[in-house]
Design a binder for this molecule. Structure first.
Ligand SMILES: Cc1ncc(COP(=O)(O)O)c(C=O)c1O
Length: 344
């Protein structure tokens, strides 16, 4: 196996990497040109402490004010800021499970109290989520690992019913099937809503580490207080600002991924998997009652990496990122071959 080689096209090696939901397509040429231009002596200077240029560009694209935006070193950093801003020891943090595992880690660091509520089997919003009396409630939407989406009405009702702040983690929302899946416009009328976006997925910039948080100004000012002075580096800011100036590039790649997602879903169903309706750049494939560790390991031996969760209730699932068409073809060929081989 070759792994990561600095300076190489990461997709040029022999590994088919479908385990961390990266985008198989390149970032916009405008991003690469802007980065080349910015790679100069100005790197001796600190970056803008509050990422003002990026916030202004994002405000224009998303129709909010710069004061409604905070930038982070990936949306993971903004998740961490949220916990540090709004959760103290003993405070409850609610979220439906299974979901993004980082929430657990961050709650533990903060000595918060985990108030996890099981999703029903169709991954619709659990009725009891709003009643957890939590300082912070997370909703990953579209959810990882299921790819399922909760509609805007459900999000708004949840925000109105929770005791504290509702954070909607929209790392994957650009891949949602429908326009208007994002809760971002709701920040104008809901004082307790925070919406998170990432440049790692739809914009193909996982390596640059940039995320944005959107919220009413008062919440953003609270988070600014716990932010490190220079939390986003100069080149990441340049990359994100340029990416926002080429939205058509992003949406074209999203459409390609949506098409591949449809084909992957159909192929997996033909092999007997149940596939949850995905609004993200991955699918959750389930073989009810089976343990798919063997399939995960068989794929790994063929240099195809997918995500297997050693978690109760998820052993019969694999999460598979939507890759380039030739990667999907290789995956399907291997899954078909595995399906024909009787288990040892
Ligand atoms: C649900 C969810 N939120 C946030 C993130 C983190 O994204 P970023 O790369 O912007 O830190 C991920 C990354 O996989 C994710 O799956």
């Amino acid at each position: 196996m070759t792994g990561y080689v600095p300076g190489e096209q990461p997709r040029g090696d022999s590994i088919i990497k479908l385990n961390t939901n990266e985008n198989p397509y390149l970032p916009s040429p405008r991003v690469l040109a802007a980065l080349r231009k910015a790679t100069n002596g100005s790197l001796r200077l600190y970056p803008e402490p509050s990422s003002d240029t990026l916030r202004s560009a994002a405000a224009e694209v998303y129709g909010v004010l710069p004061e409604n935006i905070i930038a982070g070193n990936g949306s993971d950093e903004i998740l961490s800021m949220l916990l540090r801003s709004f959760v103290g020891p003993g405070d409850r943090v609610a979220f439906p499970v299974p979901t993004y595992s980082l929430y657990d880690t961050l709650i533990e660091i903060q000595d918060g109290v985990r108030a996890a509520v099981d999703y029903p089997s169709d991954f619709s919003l659990p009725e009891s989520l709003a009643a957890q009396n939590a300082a912070l409630t997370f909703l990953c939407n579209p959810n990882a690992p299921s790819g399922t989406l909760v509609g805007l009405q459900g999000v708004e009702q949840l925000a109105r019913r929770v005791a504290g702040i509702l954070v909607v983690d929209e790392a994957y929302v650009d891949f949602a099937g429908s326009e208007g899946a994002s809760s971002l416009p709701l920040i104008r009328r809901l004082p307790n809503l925070v919406v998170l976006r990432s440049f790692s997925k739809s914009f193909s910039l996982a390596g640059m580490r940039i995320g944005l948080g959107f919220a009413p100004e008062e919440l953003i000012s609270g988070m600014m207080k716990v932010k490190d002075s220079y939390n986003v580096n100069r080149l990441s800011m340049v990359a994100a600002t340029a990416a926002l100036q080429d939205i058509p590039w992003m949406t074209r790649n999203v459409r390609r991924i949506q098409r591949s997602r449809g084909k992957l879903t159909a192929g997996l169903k033909r092999l007997g998997y149940h596939v949850y309706p995905s609004h993200a750049n991955f699918v959750l494939a389930q073989m009810k009652g089976a343990n798919l560790k063997g399939v995960y390991e068989a794929l790994k031996r063929k240099n195809i990496l997918v995500r297997y969760f050693e978690a109760p209730g998820l052993e019969d699932c694999l999460r598979i990122s939507v890759g380039a068409p030739q990667e999907m073809k290789a995956l399907m060929n291997e899954l078909e071959a595995i399906g024909r081989t009787p288990p040892p």
